[in-house]
Design a protein around this ligand. Sequence first.
Ligand code: FNR
Length: 188
Amino acid sequence: MTPLRVLGLSGSLRKASLNTALLRAAVDLAPAGMTLEPFDLGALPLFNEDLVASPGAWPEPVAALRTAIASADALLLVSPEYNHSIPAVMKNAIDWASRPPASPLGGKPAAILGASPGGFGTVRMQPHLRQVLTALSMLTLGRPEVLVSNAKAKFDANGALVDEPTREAVRALLVALAEWTARLRPKT
Ligand code: FNR
């Protein structure tokens, strides 16, 4: 089978981010035949159309993001919940990637993951993100839903995911994303 290339985005920029640690764990847990490559959203400017001198003349970090999305078979969006919704870092990246000409997001398979130190595990963020992706004609995996609650207890001091049920849930999500993407991949 052709290897599956997944691009991973974290909606948190802080070094000790639980969500970036979750993305790093997902890199290790990716099933055979899948490569998961994180892309750092920290260099993106805040969305501003004045930064686009002519259609398609994106600021360099935006061009890099759009190219990385275009060359991926699927996206894995790993994000905190801020004020019951999507953090600006994630929404900013989506907004930059969504603009014409030739948005790389349309028809792209995607999966959502999120972690919080509290008990809700991003349960209010995930449907908001799903709604935004639907607006962009992205094809978001329905299940399993993986909500990593009480996340501080699930990582060790080095940021490694040590909670075995959570590792298994992430593994299952990635296997489901692989099957979902294979089903949607255009026949060649
Ligand atoms: C939060 N946090 C938070 N948590 C939650 O479960 N629901 C929420 O609505 C919010 N709202 C919120 C707003 C803002 C502005 C901040 C900074 C934080 C707490 C959040 O889950 C926690 O800080 C996580 O650790 C953030 O994710 P990272 O950076 O660890 O990946």
